[in-house]
Design a binder for this molecule. Structure first.
Ligand code: F0G
Length: 363
């Protein structure tokens, strides 16, 4: 029951070594690793696989961090947990808090998160505060509130979140019989997940469990790309003031983990790339049409892989694993807008590969 069948706690000696009866789990992880199919052809890769973290209990990779974060909250005797979120963190936290008997408080940017995620936060009983401002404002506010009211903060600034998310990489390697891919490609928002991936790989390497270092490509949406800007221009870090993107999960201008992220990328000889709104949504159409499906932010992995292949950075023969971070059902508005081929004026996106619905009069 519980911890032994979790795709996170299976590796607990490398994560957080607690007795099973102290663990809060929904048997997260154990997600599939798909051949990318059409999305691989689209990216120009012969060996492209997609790790579908949208198949977690609440539909995103956040569950791997949250099982660990809520376990830590209980371990340290917290009663209330909180987070700022673009949606998935809040959905996950509200669920794990409900499972473990903790109260949860959620700070979300008003009107700026996908409907599926807001629905989950409300359904699981999270106290939901809609903040007038963007995610970065909500993040600053929740840090202040947690500090003043002694509430346990469960954003990825919390090290236990990062520890749990290391298991994405561990599980991919186990699925590949411990063969290390040449590249991981992963979306970047608040920059916790790629930090977790590189930290996990470094630990396996230092322990001698793997003897090859996979390169990591972090992909940001062009309108929310502070890490990409500093990387490309060799300039000091500067937050983006008004982040924009249809991939609302990663609409973040001042990511809390940018320094850790950079340290990991330096270790693995990684790269940072940015993708346009159109590139994200066209890549998403391919992931969806491959029968796999994922939310917009996730598809940065495929859009970014294509761009890096086209630029000659990733070899078309390389073995590449893209991380799909969230479920296709999280953001139905983005899907339907694209396939109805309605120009998203605000984002300048067209349904290039639209599967237009037909209207038939049956009256
Ligand atoms: N993909 C999805 C679907 C996400 O929800 C997020 C982050 C990311 C990628 C980026 O991961 O922040 O570790 O770089 N969502 C957070 C949230 C910010 O509040 O749900 P990251």
């Amino acid at each position: 029951r519980g911890a032994t069948s979790s795709g996170v706690w299976r590796y607990k000696e490398l994560i957080f070594d607690l007795p099973d009866d102290q663990i809060v789990t929904r048997q997260e992880g154990n997600t599939r690793l798909y051949d990318a199919g059409k999305a691989g052809v689209y990216a120009g890769l012969r060996h492209f696989q997609l790790k579908h973290e949208g198949e977690n209990p609440t539909g995103s990779f956040k569950d791997r961090g949250m099982t660990c974060g809520t376990t830590a909250a209980r371990f340290y005797g917290a009663k209330t947990v909180a987070c700022a979120s673009t949606g998935n963190t809040s959905a996950s936290m509200a669920s794990y808090a409900a499972v473990s008997g903790l109260s949860s408080v959620i700070f979300i940017p008003e009107g700026k998160i996908a409907y599926g995620k807001l629905a989950q936060a409300l359904a699981f009983g999270g106290k939901t505060l809609q903040i007038r401002g963007n995610f970065d404002d909500a993040m600053a506010l929740v840090q202040q509130v947690c500090h003043e009211l002694n509430i346990y903060l469960l954003n990825s600034i919390n090290p236990f979140r990062i520890e749990g998310q290391k298991a994405i990489g561990f599980e991919v390697l186990q699925q590949l019989d411990w063969q290390v891919p040449d590249w991981f490609v992963i979306p970047g928002g608040n920059l916790g997940n790629n930090t977790a991936l590189s930290k996990g790989m470094k630990e396996l390497y230092d322990l001698g469990i793997i003897d090859k270092i996979p390169r990591i490509a972090v992909i940001q949406a062009a309108g929310s790309a502070p890490l990409y800007k500093m990387w490309k221009n060799h300039t000091p870090y500067e937050a983006v003031k008004n982040p924009e993107t249809i991939a609302t999960a990663i609409k973040i201008g001042n990511p809390v983990s940018w320094e850790k992220s950079l340290r990991g990328l330096e270790w693995c000889n990684g790269v940072v790339e940015s993708v346009t709104e159109q590139e994200i949504m066209d890549a998403k159409a391919m992931v969806d049409a491959a029968g796999i499906g994922a939310e917009p932010a996730s598809c940065c992995s495929v859009a970014g892989a294509k761009k890096l292949v086209d630029a000659g950075v990733i070899d078309p023969e390389a073995h590449v694993v893209g991380i799909l971070t969230g479920n296709v059902l999280k953001d139905p508005d983005a899907v339907i807008g694209y396939h109805k081929d309605e120009l998203f004026d605000h984002y300048g996106i067209r349904g290039t590969y639209a599967n237009k619905p037909q209207v038939i009069d049956a009256t």
